[in-house]
Design a protein around this ligand. Structure first.
Ligand SMILES: Cc1ncc(COP(=O)(O)O)c(C=O)c1O
Length: 459
């Protein structure tokens, strides 16, 4: 609806809430006929956005909600740069390449000549799509070379995968083969995954930091199962590691765990820079083990400093600011800084999960010792559901999602907390107090009607 015309003209002298836009209704669908003062437009939108939840209290999101002032300054300075204009912004392009090289080194990629093979993305979803595409292309070449049909590719993964993998299979015409959850196993079972593979399997996805409960999937064991399959059946099936969260946690908290390019079967890894890379939303990364793992015919060349630069991405224009912010974090924090932050986040997660498990009605599904994310469920039927608890905590500003586990364990409702940079020990204490007072409230309401479905929380 267009904004009503008002006789009250806008002037900078008019007190702001007495100006035209504030005493009539505001355009919602059609662009307004007339202009308004910049301050009026700002105030209108700013005030409406106050109705959103507070991002720092959003314990559902994995995405960074706090950055240092210097990083914010850098973001403001680079907001106008389109990262795809590599010829015009060669240093932004150079910084992107440095970030890719740093990640490849962190993930133990074999020595590369000049630069590692990889690129920035808008987030992990795009990274996953690119990793999946490369696997599909490579499989097609393998199948053609053997004279096999190339019409029925499939991909194997746990039913706990993030929705981006379902999208990948749908958009790229790949049959998804899911290993279901079983009893209290909510992550991939490597033996079951190997059993689902055949000569048309383009790859297996392993997640470092399941979205549902934060647990790592056993990549090394999966690799061994696929080695065995290669020996017995001759199928050489690659692994893509979806390290959306764990890709920047495991190198610092679990340095001895084998999950990355140390395993030769791992051909590509994605990570969200905006999760435990500690950058505001809008950046992810995907890196291939070696140049040969990214099929050449997927690469486009763009002019770069009079030369050519390879690009491989789904979108074209994208902000350069987030790439600069990622480089800022890599330089500013170094490995020591990442380790310190992650150790403190893990300590907070472990403390919170332990205290929650001691409250009585809750049982942990995970405790936050892999990535600093944990989930719990109810020990027995209570007079409240976890959806009720979620609603009750919302009254205090906390956003703590409750949801059903994936296929085969949809009967189980859990609640999850993601501990991120900026969530202090002190905030953890405040949250615990609010959970305790919610329990007291439920105890005082014996006739409470339980909620059986929750907000539309999606993974
Ligand atoms: C395991 C996993 N993969 C992929 C994604 C998608 O990441 P993004 O939001 O960066 O696209 C997520 C998001 O939570 C995730 O947890």
């Amino acid at each position: 609806m267009a904004r009503k015309k008002t006789k009250n003209p806008e002037t900078t002298r008019t007190p702001i809430f007495a100006r035209g836009p504030f005493i009539g209704s505001v355009a919602k669908q059609a662009m307004p006929e007339n202009e308004m003062l910049p301050r009026s437009a700002y105030e209108l939108i700013h005030d409406e956005l106050m109705l959103d939840g507070h991002s720092r209290f959003n314990l559902a999101t994995f995405v960074s909600t706090w950055m240092e002032p210097e990083a914010k300054q850098l973001i403001m300075e680079t907001l106008d740069k389109n990262m795809i204009d590599k010829d015009e912004y060669p240093q932004t392009a150079e910084i992107e390449r440095r970030c890719v090289d740093m990640l490849a080194n962190l993930w133990h990629a074999p020595c590369f000549k000049e630069h590692a093979t990889g690129c920035s993305t808008i987030g992990s979803s795009e990274g996953c799509m690119l990793g999946g595409m490369a696997m599909k292309w490579k499989w097609r070449v393998r199948a053609k070379a053997k004279g096999l049909s190339t019409t029925k590719p499939n991909m194997v993964m746990g039913s706990n995968v993030q929705v981006c993998w379902e999208k990948f299979c749908l958009y790229w015409d790949v049959e998804p083969r899911y290993v279901p959850c079983e009893k209290n196993r909510f992550i991939l079972d490597p033996e079951a995954a190997a059993q689902l593979c055949d000569e048309n399997t383009i790859g297996v996805v392993a997640i470092m930091g399941s979205t549902f409960d934060g647990r790592y999937e056993p990549v090394e064991k999966l690799s061994r199962c696929l080695d065995r399959l290669q020996k017995t059946k001759g199928w050489n099936i690659p692994i893509h590691v979806d390290g959306a969260s764990g890709g920047l946690v495991a190198p610092f908290l679990q340095p001895h765990l084998k999950w990355d390019f140390k395993l030769s079967r791992v051909k590509s890894i994605n990570v969200s820079g905006h999760k435990y890379g500690f950058v505001y939303p809008g950046v992810g990364w995907v890196v291939w083990r070696e140049e040969e793992d990214l099929p050449k015919d997927l690469i486009f060349n763009v002019d770069y400093l009079g030369g050519q630069m390879a690009t491989f991405a789904l979108s074209f224009s994208r902000p350069g600011a987030q790439i600069c912010a990622q480089y800022y974090n890599f330089l500013r924090l170094g490995q020591e800084g990442y380790r310190k932050i992650l150790q403190s986040l893990r300590n907070t997660a472990l403390y919170l999960s332990k205290e929650i498990s001691k409250m009585g009605p809750f049982k942990l599904v995970s405790d936050g010792s892999d990535i600093p994310v944990f989930a719990w469920t109810l020990t027995k039927k209570m007079n409240f559901s976890l959806y009720d608890l979620s609603d009750k905590l919302r009254e205090h500003g906390w956003l703590v999602p409750a949801y059903r586990m994936p296929a085969n364990r949809e009967d189980l409702i859990v609640q999850r907390i993601v501990i991120r940079n900026g969530f202090s020990f002190d905030m953890a204490e405040l949250l615990l107090n609010d959970i305790r007072s919610a329990l007291k409230y439920f105890a005082s309401q014996p006739g409470l009607k339980q909620k059986q479905t929750g907000s539309h929380f999606k993974h």
